[in-house]
Design a protein around this ligand. Structure first.
Ligand code: UTP
Length: 290
């Protein structure tokens, strides 16, 4: 089985980024000049997915507009002979087929994933949380697809988090697994936001998942958990009882762009890497003499 479909839950309220997210989705906030969600969509495509499913909610119209054709804009750019910009704008709408499912109420990440059930059908699929922007020459999801192709089991992204910060994450309880340069482990359990003393490892769950379709039965079975929301972690814990699952410590630099400080750091790093902006931006930062 191949991973062809990528699901992007984007129906959350983005409360950490208020007031910017009062009337616009956090997924559309730009890192330099590209909306956060486009980084994720490009990663999914570069990892072999050819169908994108975005779970949206109220106030998320601009995500659909972004991946749609903008005739007025294209006509204007054509008339003014702005071919470079025209190319950029067209390349987004030409990118890929995107389907949208509406989650009427933000009932949790597990509920959002369950919304994709009909469009995904009976095949393995990827889930990407667009907030987690992971920068690496070989996309993080591609690395996980390589693991899936060999194991044919669910694969969840993991990152080492040292010290007390581990308490902000879902944390893996692990057992050793062979291969993939020591980056692979078998998942024994997952604990949501444990106290530092109780954390079963220093490996945190990150927003990239490859899941077998059995997860849908699991999500349909579980009851709302913390905050009255249907938690993906609870669904995955049930999946663990039915199937083997792997964690994979991806190679790459992750930015939590749903958090204001994380967003600022990502903006600076992406700007510094740009051919057109990097040099003058570096000069500017140096001149600040912090
Ligand atoms: P978060 O936990 O980051 O929540 O959701 P959020 O609402 O987006 O942001 P904050 O924490 O309030 O600032 C993780 C992912 O799950 C999606 C979000 O869009 C995000 O991609 N999600 C969450 C849904 O699609 N539906 C939900 O009901 C909840």
């Amino acid at each position: 089985m191949k991973v062809r479909k990528a699901v992007f839950p984007a129906a959350g309220l983005g409360t950490r980024f208020l007031p910017a997210t009062k009337a616009q989705p956090k997924e559309m906030l730009p890192l330099v000049d590209k909306p956060i969600i486009q980084y994720g969509v490009e990663e999914a495509m570069a990892s072999g997915c050819d169908q994108i499913i975005i779970i949206t909610g109220r106030g998320k119209q601009s995500i659909e507009d972004h991946f749609d054709v903008s005739y007025e804009l294209e006509t204007m750019l054509e008339q003014r002979k702005k071919t470079d910009l025209l190319h950029i704008v067209r390349s987004i709408s030409d990118m890929i087929h995107v389907a949208y499912v509406r989650q009427k109420e933000a009932l949790g990440l597990g509920h959002a994933v369950l919304m994709a059930r009909e469009l995904v059908g009976n095949e393995p699929f990827a889930v990407l949380l667009a907030d987690d922007v992971i920068d690496n020459p070989v996309p993080a999801l591609k690395q996980m697809v390589d693991v899936f192709n060999q194991k044919q089991c669910s694969v969840i992204a993991a990152q080492v988090v040292e010290g007390k910060m581990i308490s902000s994450y879902g944390v893996f309880e692990t057992a050793p697994a062979e291969g993939f340069n020591g980056r692979l482990f078998e998942i024994k359990n997952m604990v949501e936001k444990p106290k530092f003393e109780d954390a079963p490892s220093n490996l945190a769950v990150i927003g990239r998942y490859i899941l077998t379709p059995t997860i849908f039965d699991c999500l349909a079975e579980i009851k709302p958990g913390a905050g009255g929301e249907l938690q993906l972690t609870d669904g995955m814990r049930l999946l663990l009882k039915k199937e083997k699952m792997y964690g994979y410590i991806y190679e790459g630099r992750r930015h939590d762009t749903g958090d204001k400080l994380g967003f600022l750091k990502a903006t600076v790093e992406f700007a510094l890497k740009r051919d057109d902006l990097g040099a003058p931006f570096r000069e500017y930062l140096k001149a600040l003499k912090l």
